[in-house]
Design a protein around this ligand. Structure first.
Ligand code: C2E
Ligand code: CA
Ligand code: CA
Length: 622
């Protein structure tokens, strides 16, 4: 903190005031002590004079000057006495005492005091007077030693007070500095916080100088935080902060805007080319593995870039632009960077509107389920996947690939899960009323759906309330969903397994494909992703991969589902490669509930017709 002149002045005048107060106290003390000492010396001198005076009565009566001188010599033993004069009753001096030793400086300049006592004979008449004069030096000496002691005590007190107040000031200064630091920095990473960063940005924007702003978001940070714990999340944030700082120049600013959001301000000289190359370096260099307590975490970032004053002339405008570009980068596939364009603003607006419409749709429970059957090699119905459907009044049917990410981002996908469980209950009940029995329906669980304990609890509670048994429902998890701590007491995977629900790993081959994890998980089905299935009849490499996956899955006791089977030739090849179940347009599109009921009524066989949602399957021909 900078010391203000006012503060310095106040501190100086405080000290002066304290010294003046001490001085006044010292003066009063000195005066009081002086009066005391003076009075005591007067008394002592008077007593001495009376003692000696009493002995001189006979000498005065007999006018014996020699005897009187001898008696007055007693004053020799009282060093303060300067002189004494014995006077007869007629006023003439009988004898005198004068100190032989030369007086010292204090005795010469310190003044004197005098006393006079009358000398009487035995029977009462006054026979003379004794006049004694003494140096004031003993009074001054006494006063000096008392004052010296007082000054020493006061000086000591003053220095103790000064020391204490200096310490106090140092503490206040340190607290001030800490408060100032906290107000402008992020404690976890030591970077500028949102307030400081935006004020720097506003400064740069107001100057009109060219600058580049980047908004960065750590990919899958919530997943790391939720599955690996907050300590791991903190380690990731610290590592990202360090790496970002190492990638910019000293006069650039790096800030943490909150959560897993970082921002970077590149000051002039900077242009589109330089900013782009920095963004490129960030997405290339940053994604390294971070080791935390023996676990290696892969961390990447998505970066959005906006240029000042080209894209926006204010801090808020630039942040909004960079933010939009960052979302664009995230949606384009994580670990990428993107530059702001005006078209992005429009896309963001649409996304916000969609989120709003989805909120309303959830409240009105407008979502339905489409049921896509799974068949075995003989064409028998063996399972069903329940897929979310939503028909918006203005937009028409919106595919789940479009609305699920928006719900995930808005933290609403858990609500969708609850609505779909209700919907499934209604459809199952309607079929049961017709005497139809459906194989277990597999619902998709999003990785965002059961992260928080409250969400998990509500989901499990809903299953219980709706009496959805393991014979009626099972679940599909993508690898990222199951990338949670299976040993955690709140693992949703373990909770579902312990209640007897069957699980399938969805989109296998597109994620981590961790075999060790598969082994620990012990799922019932492994669904091989469409990318390996599509055209497998003509692709030896895909066939090899499918064959390997089938072997591994079988070794672990899992059934293998080939999903997205569009061609009969592929289905035949997949059957030959050992796949157990088949799901795809060549067998059946996802069916609305009434079409599913028809399929169930026909015992899992419907008349083939052109490929279209709601249509049936072709008879297996291999
Ligand atoms: P997914 O779980 O892999 O579901 C299969 C998707 O592949 C479905 O798309 C289905 O219609 C489509 N499909 C099936 N056979 C074929 C085929 O032969 N060819 C092609 N090209 N596609 C085929 P859909 O219904 O659009 O769902 C897309 C994704 O949306 C799903 O992929 C799933 O990840 C997600 N999703 C759907 N419903 C839900 C849900 O209720 N909850 C959650 N969390 N996600 C859901
Ligand atoms: Ca699925
Ligand atoms: Ca899938």
């Amino acid at each position: 903190m900078v010391k203000g002149p006012g503060l310095l002045l106040r501190r100086g005048s405080d000290t002066l005031l304290a010294c003046a107060a001490m001085l006044i106290v010292a003066l009063l003390l000195g005066l009081f002590e002086y009066l005391q000492l003076d009075h005591r010396q007067q008394e002592a001198l008077r007593t001495q004079a009376e003692l000696v005076g009493r002995t001189t009565a006979a000498a005065l009566l007999f006018d014996d000057a020699a005897e009187a001188r001898v008696l007055l010599a007693a004053f020799e033993a009282a060093p303060a006495v300067a002189s004494a004069q014995l006077l007869r009753s007629d006023g003439h001096t009988l004898a005198e005492f004068r100190r032989a030793a030369a007086p010292d400086w204090l005795e010469r300049h310190g003044g004197s005091l005098a006393t006079e006592v009358t000398v009487s004979g035995d029977n009462g008449p006054v026979v003379g007077k004794l006049r004694v004069r003494a140096f004031r030096a003993p009074t001054w000496r006494g006063l000096a030693s008392v004052m010296l002691a007082a000054v020493l005590i006061m000086a000591l007190a003053l220095s103790v007070v000064a020391l204490a107040s200096r310490r106090q000031r140092a503490r206040v200064r340190a607290a001030d500095a800490r408060t100032h630091y906290l107000a402008h920095h992020d404690v976890l990473t030591g970077l500028a916080n949102r307030e400081r960063f935006t004020s720097e940005l506003a400064h740069v924007a107001a100057s009109g100088a060219p600058a580049a702003l980047m908004c960065l978001d750590v990919d899958d940070f919530k997943l790391i935080n939720d599955t690996r714990g907050h300590a791991a999340g903190d380690a990731v944030l610290r590592a990202v902060a360090q790496r970002l700082q190492s990638l910019v120049r000293s006069h650039d600013e790096v800030g943490r805007l909150g959560g897993d959001e970082f921002a970077l301000l590149l000051r002039a000289p900077v242009d589109q080319r330089i900013a782009s190359s920095v963004a490129q370096r960030i997405v290339e260099v940053l994604p390294r593995r971070i080791e935390h307590e023996g676990v290696s975490l892969k961390v990447g970032v998505s970066v959005g870039l906006a240029l000042l004053p080209e894209d926006a002339a204010t801090a808020e405008g630039a942040l909004a632009c960079a933010d939009m570009a960052m979302y664009q980068a995230k949606h384009a596939g994580k670990g990428a960077w993107s530059r702001y364009t005006p078209a992005l603003g429009e896309a963001q607006r649409e996304r916000r509107e969609l989120a709003q419409a989805l909120r309303l749709a959830l409240a009105r429970e407008e979502f339905t389920l489409a049921y896509q059957p799974l068949f075995d090699g003989h064409g028998r119905l063996q399972g069903v996947e329940g897929l979310a459907r939503w028909q918006d009044a203005q937009r028409g049917p919106v595919p789940p690939g479009q609305f699920i990410p928006v719900l995930e981002e808005a933290g609403l996908v858990g609500e969708l899960g609850l609505v779909l469980l209700k919907r499934l209950r209604l459809d199952l009940d309607a079929w049961a009323d017709e005497g139809l029995h459906c194989p277990p329906v597999a619902l998709n669980l999003s990785s965002h759906q059961c992260r928080q304990e409250a969400q998990r609890e509500r989901f499990l509670q809903q299953l219980h309330t709706l009496r959805l048994t393991p014979r009626e429902v099972e679940f599909e998890l993508t690898e990222s969903t199951v990338f949670e701590d299976l040993d955690s007491p709140v693992s949703v995977v373990r909770a579902l397994q312990s209640r007897g629900y069957a699980l399938a790993i969805d989109d296998f081959g597109t994620g981590y494909s961790s075999l060790a994890y598969l082994l620990r998980l012990r799922c019932d089905k492994l669904k091989i992703d469409r990318v390996f299935v599509d055209g497998v009849a003509d692709r030896a490499d895909a066939a090899l991969l499918v064959e390997t996956m089938v072997r591994v899955a079988h070794a672990m006791g899992m059934r293998v589902v080939a999903e997205g089977v569009e061609r009969e030739a592929d289905r035949c090849r997949l059957l030959a490669l050992g796949c157990d179940l088949f799901q795809g347009f060549c067998l059946s599109h996802p069916l609305p509930p009434r079409r599913m009921a028809a399929l169930l009524r026909d015992g899992g066989v419907v008349v083939p017709s052109p490929a279209q949602e709601g249509q049936g399957r072709a008879e297996p021909a291999c």
